[in-house]
Design a protein around this ligand. Structure first.
Ligand code: HEM
Length: 358
């Protein structure tokens, strides 16, 4: 009896000890968690120093861990419904980044008192995928409201599109802010046109801080997707200098002439890579070497400059080298930002800036 009373006392003492240890642990983990949250919030806040934003890996790891899986599953569905969508989403990110940085300015709709970028020459009747971004954004707003920026959605969707098409994967840097405005003029000026010569292409890339090598690597995105006949008419017009360049593949050009003579040049489409049109591989470069690049600007990369030709020949023979350089160049392009990058917001609807007070 005495024994068991002692045992009880001992047990009670042990329980008390366990309880105290638990409380200490609880307190410690709460402090740790709150510190972690503070760090994250602080990181998000200090990342914006008024002039630029520092992008980070795993930016949403605490605030919205579901973000990347949600984006991936929507892109996966969109690409399985329409294989061209992978190309369209990749291009959206490019057209966003080249106009005052990757800030989702390309997604803003025109309104009676606002002109966005959608009607700029390189975009109008051409850019696709806005509905996919809308669906992703709606889902993310439901799961983690006002957290994931539209600009980050574009960057992640571009990566997922490449992966789903057989290309390389990479970790996307995040923490971009969505713009409060857009610039149709900058969209017209900054995005290169399909009849550009190499010097123009190089200078448009250098204007935003991307190198000649980045230009050749990123052009490899034309390993998938389509272009309208109107964008390569100079390439197939036998009197143009582009059509008469030394590396022309006549059989290929004749097939394009035939395709485009049949119907409306603004709606008829040809594959940018006619051998493996929906696969992300190095076939684009192989095509250039054999004179089968679709756009004048693509083929010009081979014929117009010794340096770009050398890189093309390297990628044509080494898919691994292309994948490595493409990843690096996508990361560099994904870092382009406005001078006042910190002025942005996280839009709740990618097509419109938030209302004041929201
Ligand atoms: C180097 C200069 C570039 C020029 C002159 C150029 C031009 C074009 C043109 C004219 C089209 C066809 C548009 C249409 O017919 O509606 C196109 C499509 C495409 N571009 Fe580029 N582009 C360039 C660079 C890039 C870059 C850097 C990327 C991405 C990293 C890219 C990704 C794409 C994709 C994937 C498509 C197919 C889109 C679809 O099928 O919806 N382009 N490009």
């Amino acid at each position: 009896m005495l024994h068991s009373r002692l045992d009880y006392k001992k047990m009670a003492g042990q329980h008390l000890l366990v309880l105290i240890v638990c409380l200490i642990l609880l307190k410690f983990s709460a402090t740790f968690a709150s510190k972690q949250n503070t760090t994250t919030l602080n990181e998000a806040a200090t990342c914006i120093d008024g002039a630029s934003i520092t992008l980070t890996f795993g930016f949403y790891i605490n605030s919205c861990p579901e973000a990347e899986p949600i984006i991936f599953s929507w892109v996966e569905k969109a690409v399985s419904d329409d294989p061209r969508m992978a190309a369209s989403l990749l291009r959206l990110h490019f057209h966003d980044c080249f106009v005052n940085g990757c800030d989702a300015s390309v997604l803003l709709d025109d309104t009676p008192n606002f002109v966005g970028e959608k009607t700029a020459a390189p975009n109008t009747n051409s850019l696709r995928g806005f509905e996919v971004i809308d669906a992703i954004k709606a889902d993310l707003e439901y799961v983690c409201p006002q957290t994931v920026s539209c600009a980050d959605i574009l960057a992640i969707a571009a990566r997922d599109s490449v992966v789903l098409s057989g290309g390389p994967g990479w970790e996307v840097e995040m923490g971009r802010r969505d713009s409060l405005s857009a610039s149709k003029t900058a969209a017209n000026n900054n995005i290169p046109g399909p009849n550009s010569d190499v010097a123009t292409l190089v200078s448009k890339f250098q204007n935003v801080g991307l190198s000649l090598q980045d230009l050749v690597a990123l052009s490899g995105a034309h390993t998938m997707g389509k272009a309208r006949c109107s964008t390569f008419s100079a390439r197939i017009n036998s009197s143009s200098s582009i059509a008469n360049s030394p590396d022309v593949n006549l059989e290929y050009l004749e097939s394009l002439q035939q395709l485009c003579s049949q119907s409306d040049a603004n709606t008829t489409l040809a594959d940018l890579d006619h051998i493996t049109p929906t696969t992300f591989d190095n076939q684009y470069y192989v095509n250039l070497v054999s004179g089968e690049g679709l756009l004048g600007s693509d083929q010009a990369l081979l014929t117009g400059n010794e340096e770009t030709r050398g890189i093309i020949e390297c990628y044509a023979g080494d898919m691994g080298a292309f994948f490595e350089d493409f990843k690096m160049a996508m990361l560099k392009m994904g870092r382009l930002q406005q001078a006042n990058g910190g002025d942005g917001e996280v839009r709740t609807n990618c097509r419109a800036v938030n209302q004041l007070g929201s």
